[in-house]
Write a protein that binds this ligand. Structure first.
Ligand code: ADP
Ligand code: ADP
Length: 224
């Protein structure tokens, strides 16, 4: 676990600045949701934290470490995508194990983490199936399992529920929150859905036109 700190972060694409000096302090174990209309810069901010986009200026810290110039794999974060990003040719078990194998973890440790994540996400019965043999909700659980087994300092969620139907979205929303409380991992979650933001967040960051418009607990943000 760790804090995540964005300090006066700016991003330009060519001559156009799209993120205009954003500062956010995420406490250890806190669940922060970035919410705002399409095009406000949510995904750009998240991708900068992940290391998938460069930071034009400002300082990005995970724990005490400045990570501006670190590769994604060096940042001790795990990201959950809306398109699941599962390997279609691999079993669920291998999808979960793959990142750990690449990082040179011992077999016993991999088996322990995979079993633990599978139990927590209730996907143990499907470990030998391929992603194509799973429902949308089960695939989303596997995607979360891949983040979980890494035991990272922070989770980054990029609209992870937007491909699910309304009923499943509500169910998974509850489960994501329960799971995060249980493991206590610092989380930054992006959504354009206000209800989702309200339900999930310890604190909300409302982004508009590349600046922070409001920041506070759901009560503070929605009560005005
Ligand atoms: P959101 O995730 O809130 O929908 P984005 O972070 O995707 O917003 O986009 C923020 C702004 O940055 C938008 O104006 C978008 O057009 C612009 N933008 C995003 N990616 C690029 C890119 N690769 N090149 C140029 N402009 C971009
Ligand atoms: P892991 O080690 O978490 O299993 P991979 O080795 O499959 O992840 O992927 C390495 C990195 O590639 C990820 O941490 C992420 O930064 C990037 N990546 C994977 N899937 C996607 C995607 N669907 N969109 C954008 N980036 C992705």
């Amino acid at each position: 676990m760790a804090t995540v700190t964005l300090q006066d972060i700016r991003k330009s694409y060519g001559p156009t600045e799209v993120i205009h000096g954003v500062s956010i302090d995420i406490a250890d174990g806190e669940f922060v949701v970035l919410v705002g209309p399409s095009g406000c810069g949510k995904s750009t901010l998240l991708r900068m934290v992940a290391g998938l986009e460069s930071v034009t200026s400002g300082t990005l810290r995970i724990g005490e470490r400045v990570v501006n110039d670190l590769e994604p794999a060096e940042r001790d974060i795990a990201m959950v995508f809306q398109n699941y990003a599962l390997y279609p040719h691999m079993s669920v078990r291998n999808n979960l194990a793959y990142g750990l194998k690449n990082r040179g973890f011992a077999r016993a440790e991999i088996d322990r983490r995979v079993a633990e994540a599978a139990a927590m996400l209730e996907i143990a019965p499907y470990l030998d199936r391929k992603p194509g043999q799973l429902s949308g909700g089960q695939r989303q659980r596997v995607a979360m399992g891949r983040a979980l087994v890494r035991e990272p300092a922070a989770f980054l969620f990029d609209e992870p529920l937007s491909n699910l139907d309304a009923k499943l979205r509500i169910q998974m929303r509850v489960e994501i929150r329960r799971l995060q409380r249980r493991v206590g991992t610092t989380s930054l979650y992006v959504t354009h859905d206000q209800i989702e933001a309200l339900t999930l967040a310890d604190r909300l960051v409302v982004l508009n036109g590349g600046v922070v418009e409001q920041i506070g607990t759901p009560e503070e943000v929605f009560d005005r």
